[in-house]
Design a binder for this molecule. Structure first.
Ligand SMILES: Nc1ncnc2c1ncn2[C@@H]1O[C@H](COP(=O)(O)OP(=O)(O)O)[C@@H](O)[C@H]1O
Ligand SMILES: O=P(O)(O)O[C@H]1O[C@H](CO)[C@@H](O[C@H]2O[C@H](CO)[C@@H](O)[C@H](O)[C@H]2O)[C@H](O)[C@H]1O
Length: 543
C-alpha cells in the first residue's frame, strides 16, 4: 500500500512529469500529487461516494493495476478513504490521461502534463476507448484467467462485437454502462475485499441454476489483491428491456386505488378485514375489495410471489458449493443475529435522539413512542429461540424491495444482489431465512402505500387517519395474496421455510429488523420519509 497522506503534497502546480504514462504510477511524486486535495474535492462530489455523512481525513492508494489491450493502457485504482471517525472505505476509480480537452468535459480530476504534453487525468469510464477495451477484454476472456486482472465470460457472451456504449444514466450507487443497447456492465464503486455478492448471486442464479427472472450473467472482472483475495470490480449482464421498476409501478397503481375511495364512494369502515399473515387465493378476496383495488394489483402480486419463490427455490437447491448449500438455525447464527440487531438498534436510538429536531407532527409523535418503548423493542430482538425453528437458511437477496425489481410486460425481473449497504461484506453472505426477503418486500408494500398517501394527500378527500385505515386494509390483502402463492410454490419444491407459527414469527421479526434498519437509512438520507418506517415499527409493536 502506498501510504502518502494527501496533505503532504510537496509539488506545486503546474504539474509536469517526465515519465511515460505507462510508468507514471511508479513515480511517488505523481502519487502524492494525485492523492492531493484535488482528488478529495473530486471524490466527495461523486454520486457514488458513500462517505458524505462523515468527515474525510485523507486518501491512500491501496492498490493499482493496469487495464490494457494492444498497448493501450489505463489504470484501475483502489482508493482507501480514511475518515476522522476512525473507519475507512475503499473505492474503485479507473483513470485515463487525455490531452484533447474535448475528451475531458466530464469528470476531470487533475490537470497535468506528461512528457510536456498537457492534458488531464479523468475518470476513464467517460472515455469510449476505455469502455471498448473493457468490453473486448471480457469478450475475449480465456476460460482460466490466471493474471492479476481476471476477466471472465459466460457461454452466452459470444458472437458479437463492440458497437456502442453509454452511461445507463439511472440514479444508482455504482456506475453502469450500456453496450450495444443490449448489455449492461456495472462498475462497482464501493469495493470490498471479497467477491461481490451481486456477482456471486448473478452467476449462481442465472449461469448455474438457469433462473430466468434476473438479467442473464455474461461476464465479470475480478482483481487479485496483494493478499491474494479476489475483488470484484465489474459485472456484465444482459440488459432487460423494461417499463420501469416495480416501485414506480405500484405507486401508480396505488394512486388509482386511493382515488377509487372517493370515485367509488367507498365506506372505509365497512371494508371487510382479513386475518394478518393469512394465506389467500384471489378467489378468497371479498368482491368489495376486488372492486376497490382492482384485479390487476392482485394478479401482479401473485406473479411477484411466484418469481420470489422461484428465486428462493433456486438459491436453496445447491448441494455442492458450500457457499450456497442450505443450512439450519443454530446457536452461532443466533448469537450473530442478536449481536448485530442489538448493535443496530442502539445505533438507531442514538440517531433518533440526535434527529428529533428534524421531525415534526406524526413523525415526532412516533419517534417519541419508539423511544418510550425501546425496552419492549429490544426484548423482541432478544427473543429469538433457534431451538424452536425447524426451517432452513439459505443465501438470500438481502436488500429486496420494489426498487430492485424491473417490470417487463406482465412479468418481473429481480436485480441488484449486493445486499444491505450498511452491512459488512461477510454479514451479507450469511445464510438467512428466505422470509427475510419476503419481509423486505412487505415493508416495501407498506412504504408504497404510505408514500402514495403522503405524495397525494391534497388530492384525496378523506382525512389522513381514514386513508391510513384503508391503507392497512390494502396491506393485509397484499400480504395475504402474496403468501397464498409464495408458500404453495415453496412447499411444492420442498424448501422448508418452517411451520405456520414459525413463519409468522420469522416474518414479524424480520419486518421489525428491516423497519429499524430503514429508520437509520431515512434519518441519514431523507428525514421527511422517516415517518414511514416509524409507522411500520409502531404497527408491528402494537399488534
Ligand atoms: N440488466 C439490466 N437491465 C435493465 N436495467 C438495468 C439492468 N441493471 C440495472 N438496471 C437499471 O439500473 C438501475 C440501477 O441498477 P442496480 O443494479 O440497482 O445498481 P446499483 O447497485 O448501482 O444501485 C436499476 O434500478 C435498473 O433500472
Ligand atoms: O440503494 P439500495 O437500493 O441498495 O437500497 C437502499 O435505498 C432504498 C431506497 O432507494 C431503501 O429502500 C427503502 O425505500 C424504498 C422506497 O424508496 C422502499 O421500497 C424500501 O422498502 C425501503 O427499504 C433501502 O432500504 C436501502 O438499503
Amino acid at each position: 500500500m502506498t501510504k502518502i497522506p494527501s496533505k503532504q503534497t510537496a509539488l506545486q502546480p503546474p504539474f509536469n512529469f517526465t515519465d511515460k504514462w505507462e510508468e507514471l504510477l511508479d513515480n511517488e511524486n505523481f502519487i502524492k500529487v494525485f492523492l492531493s486535495d484535488v482528488l478529495e474535492d473530486y471524490i466527495i462530489k461523486q454520486r457514488w461516494y458513500g462517505g458524505k455523512a462523515s468527515q474525510l481525513k485523507y486518501i491512500e492508494l491501496a492498490e493499482y493495476f493496469r487495464i490494457q489491450q494492444h498497448g493501450e493502457v489505463y489504470y484501475g485504482l483502489i482508493l482507501e478513504v480514511n475518515f476522522t471517525e476512525a473507519f475507512y472505505q475503499h473505492y474503485f476509480l479507473p483513470i485515463a490521461f487525455v490531452s484533447d480537452e474535448n475528451f475531458a468535459h466530464d469528470d476531470r480530476i487533475l490537470p497535468i502534463s506528461i512528457q510536456d504534453q498537457q492534458g488531464f487525468i479523468i475518470d476513464a469510464i467517460n472515455l469510449e476507448a476505455f469502455r471498448k477495451v473493457v468490453f473486448e477484454r471480457i469478450l475475449t476472456a480465456v476460460p482460466k484467467d490466471k493474471t492479476r486482472v481476471r476477466y471472465h465470460k459466460s457461454e452466452l457472451f459470444k458472437d458479437c462485437k463492440y458497437e456502442s456504449s453509454r452511461f445507463m444514466g439511472m440514479e444508482q450507487s455504482n456506475t453502469s454502462i450500456v453496450y450495444n443497447e443490449k448489455y449492461v456492465l456495472k462498475f462497482f464503486r464501493r469495493i470490498y475485499a471479497d467477491r461481490n455478492p451481486d456477482y456471486e448471486m448473478s452467476r449462481f442464479l442465472s449461469d448455474k441454476k438457469d433462473f430466468k427472472n434476473t438479467p442473464a450473467y455474461l461476464g465479470s472482472i475480478q482483481i487479485k489483491d496483494q493478499e491474494n483475495i479476489n475483488i470484484t470490480i465489474g459485472l456484465m449482464q444482459e440488459m432487460v428491456e423494461n417499463q420501469g421498476d416495480a416501485w414506480e409501478y405500484m405507486l401508480t397503481e396505488f394512486h388509482k386505488v386511493f382515488s377509487n375511495l372517493e370515485y367509488k364512494k367507498i365506506d372505509i369502515s365497512k371494508l371487510p378485514r382479513t386475518e394478518d399473515f393469512g394465506r389467500l387465493q384471489i378467489t378468497d378476496v371479498p368482491p368489495e375489495i376486488i372492486d376497490w383495488v382492482g384485479l390487476n394489483v392482485f394478479t401482479k402480486i401473485q406473479t411477484l410471489a411466484e418469481r420470489t419463490a422461484e428465486m428462493h427455490i433456486a438459491l436453496g437447491s445447491e448441494f455442492e458449493d458450500t457457499a450456497f448449500t442450505p443450512t439450519h438455525f443454530n446457536g452461532d447464527y443466533t448469537v450473530w443475529l442478536k449481536n448485530r440487531l442489538l448493535y443496530q438498534f442502539q445505533n438507531r436510538l442514538n440517531t433518533i435522539e440526535n434527529s428529533l429536531h428534524k421531525l415534526d407532527g406524526l413523525a415526532l409523535e412516533l419517534a417519541h413512542e419508539f423511544l418510550d418503548k425501546k425496552n419492549e423493542i429490544r426484548k423482541r430482538f432478544v427473543n429469538f429461540d433457534w431451538t424452536k425453528l425447524k426451517g432452513e437458511r439459505i443465501r438470500v437477496h438481502g436488500d429486496y424491495h420494489l426498487g430492485q425489481v424491473l417490470v417487463k410486460d406482465d412479468d418481473f425481473y429481480i436485480l441488484d444482489f449486493e445486499g444491505e449497504p450498511e452491512s459488512t461484506i461477510r454479514d451479507r453472505k450469511v445464510k438467512q431465512p428466505p422470509l427475510k426477503d419476503v419481509a423486505g418486500l412487505f415493508r416495501s408494500f407498506h412504504y408504497a402505500i404510505y408514500a402514495t398517501i403522503f405524495n397525494n394527500i391534497e388530492l384525496y378527500k378523506q382525512e389522513q387517519n381514514h386513508l391510513f385505515e384503508a391503507g392497512e386494509v390494502l396491506y393485509q390483502y397484499l400480504k395475504g395474496v402474496f403468501l397464498g402463492t409464495y408458500i404453495i410454490k415453496i412447499q411444492e419444491a420442498n424448501l422448508n421455510i418452517g411451520y405456520n407459527q414459525e413463519r409468522i414469527f420469522l416474518l414479524k421479526y424480520a419486518m421489525l429488523e428491516k423497519a429499524v434498519y430503514e429508520l437509520g437509512y431515512e434519518l441519514n438520507s431523507r428525514p421527511r420519509w422517516a415517518v414511514i418506517p416509524l409507522k411500520g415499527i409502531s404497527n408491528i409493536i402494537n399488534n
